[in-house]
Write a protein that binds this ligand. Structure first.
Ligand code: MG
Length: 361
């Protein structure tokens, strides 16, 4: 046998014996999540999203992770999978209880691919929580009663469908409405024809100059809007500072704020930051971001991409720390492979089981 095939076939040469725990394993797979409604924002329009799922098994415990790579950040599921596979050897060799050291090494070795890193981090943290026998919120010292209400998101659509989606969201006390195309006023009017509940509005970088942004936000202020998310393109930080001084609702950074190192420069241009595991590279970096934003006196929000209950539940475990939550990505899909966090009249209900607390759907 050549050396190469000898190395490729350890399982054949060393079969698992009764009484011996099998070695650690890791699986990566791309899961196609079908959307209930075609999802349109300023960035794209899609009927499905592919996310990367990672499962990490060791000592009879399996941790699940997920990352949702999106075009906005030049990532896709195949690249995310390659990135995770590139550190497979290290992940299987090292001690997962040293997860912070391990993730720091993953961050050093893997350029970009933040959704792929998030999938690894979430799988490890789920494994660690299960191994310790505690839910992740307990690991972080949090009270599950402190979860905020989550908004339910209404993507960009015709006024008729927007009215229908708003009616379907009757159980949610706060809605998040996507704007930023030519149809902003008709969209808000369609929502307002159905409900008077508080709205949060996300422009997804859709307005291209500061005067337009001020005009639109001043109009939204008269329609019961609590805050505006990412009114201008991410790089227009100075212009956003100008906008912020002329409007009366908080301005929240999303695309302008990916990781902890982005936050200090946003301090006076934005009132708060929208933190997502798929941008930060996982739970550990998201936790750091929450602490840094708070230390700078900024509002904190946890958001998500279109993803399954794996990623959304992971973010929800940190949600007792934040002011706002927009954790509804799993509610927008039709084929969620897991049950995890639940929503009752907008309130996030965390599972009390160890780790993420997921069960198969
Ligand atoms: Mg956003």
């Amino acid at each position: 046998m050549k050396r190469r095939s000898f190395l490729a076939a350890p399982a054949i040469l060393a079969p698992a014996l009764p009484g011996f725990a099998p070695g650690p394993t890791m699986e990566t797979r791309i899961v196609r999540l079908n959307l209930q409604h075609t999802w349109t924002t300023t960035m794209s329009s899609s009927a499905y999203r592919d996310t990367l799922h990672v499962s990490y098994a060791r000592d009879g415990v399996t941790g699940h992770g997920e990352g949702a790579p999106i075009v906005r950040y030049h990532e896709d599921a195949a690249q995310a999978r390659e990135a995770v596979e590139s550190v497979r050897g290290m992940l299987l060799e090292r001690n997962p209880m040293q997860f912070a050291k391990l993730m720091a090494e993953v961050f050093r070795r893997v350029p970009g691919q933040w959704a792929g890193k998030a999938a690894i981090d979430i799988a490890l943290m789920d494994w660690v929580g299960q191994k310790l026998g505690i839910p992740l919120y307990t690991y972080f010292g949090l009270d599950p009663q402190d979860t905020p209400l989550t908004t339910f998101s209404i993507g960009i659509d015709t006024p008729e469908i927007t009215r229908q989606k708003t009616s379907e969201a009757a159980d949610f006390p706060i809605l998040k409405v996507k704007v930023g195309l030519e149809t902003d006023e008709p969209t808000i009017e369609a929502v307002r024809s159905v409900t008077s509940k508080p709205l949060r509005v996300d422009a997804n970088e859709g307005w291209k100059d500061k005067e337009e942004a001020v005009r639109k936000i001043n109009w939204l202020e008269k329609h019961g809007v609590e805050f505006i998310e990412q009114p201008l393109p991410a790089e227009m930080i100075e212009e956003t500072r100008w906008v912020r001084s002329r409007v009366h609702i908080p301005v929240i950074a999303d695309e302008a704020c990916q990781r902890a190192s982005d936050i200090p420069k946003l301090k006076d241009a934005f009132d708060g930051v929208n933190i997502k595991l798929d941008k930060s590279g996982g739970i550990l970096e998201a936790y750091r971001m929450i602490q840094i934003a708070k230390a700078l006196g900024m509002k904190t929000m946890l958001g998500c991409m279109i993803s399954s209950s794996v990623s959304v539940t992971a973010a929800a475990h940190l949600s007792p720390l934040v002011d706002y939550a927009d954790l509804d990505g799993n509610l927008l899909i039709a084929n969620d492979p897991f049950h995890g966090v639940k929503v009752e009249k907008g309130k996030l209900i965390l599972p009390a089981r160890p780790g993420l607390g997921l069960t198969p759907a």
